[in-house]
Design a protein. Structure first.
Length: 143
């Protein structure tokens, strides 16, 4: 049920609803890093496939292609999780704003959406760390 609200109340509701938008900026930055890494993985994989088509494929190329495939899978999962996180944060913003005008208690909905967003972000970052671990494995001397 909608109620009549003064302008200051609406302004305060907007301030509260926009606060999570700063989190959107941070997650969007992470998403940008992830997509750049995926692009580099794809470029390297295409390069290796083109060189392996011209010459006989040796074992080191096969090992690197397998590693690139694992890395791409991890980054793909991280991108999906970050995107889900962004959608959940946007939902938090929308629900918080609507909650200022509706007389329903939506605190549990807001908390659930926010916790789900943070779980997605944590899982995305774990995938990202695993991908970095795989990417630097040859530097450390292990396959």
């Amino acid at each position: 049920m909608l109620t009549e609200l003064p302008v200051t109340t609406i302004a305060h509701a907007i301030q509260l609803a926009v606060a999570p938008v700063f989190l959107l900026t941070g997650v969007a930055s992470i998403l940008s890093v992830l997509t750049n890494r995926l692009g580099r993985i794809i470029d390297r994989s295409r390069f290796l496939h083109s060189t392996s088509a011209a010459a006989e494929v040796d074992q080191s190329v096969q090992v690197e292609l397998k590693s690139l495939k694992q890395r791409a899978r991890l980054i793909h999962m991280a991108i999906g999780l970050c995107t889900t996180c962004l959608l959940l944060i946007c939902s938090v913003v929308a629900v918080m704003f609507l909650g200022s005008f509706v007389t329903l208690n939506i605190a549990v909905v807001i908390a659930t959406l926010f916790v789900a967003a943070m779980i997605c972000l944590i899982a995305a970052l774990l995938n990202f760390i695993c991908e970095i671990y795989l990417a630097t494995a040859h530097v450390r001397g292990s396959p």
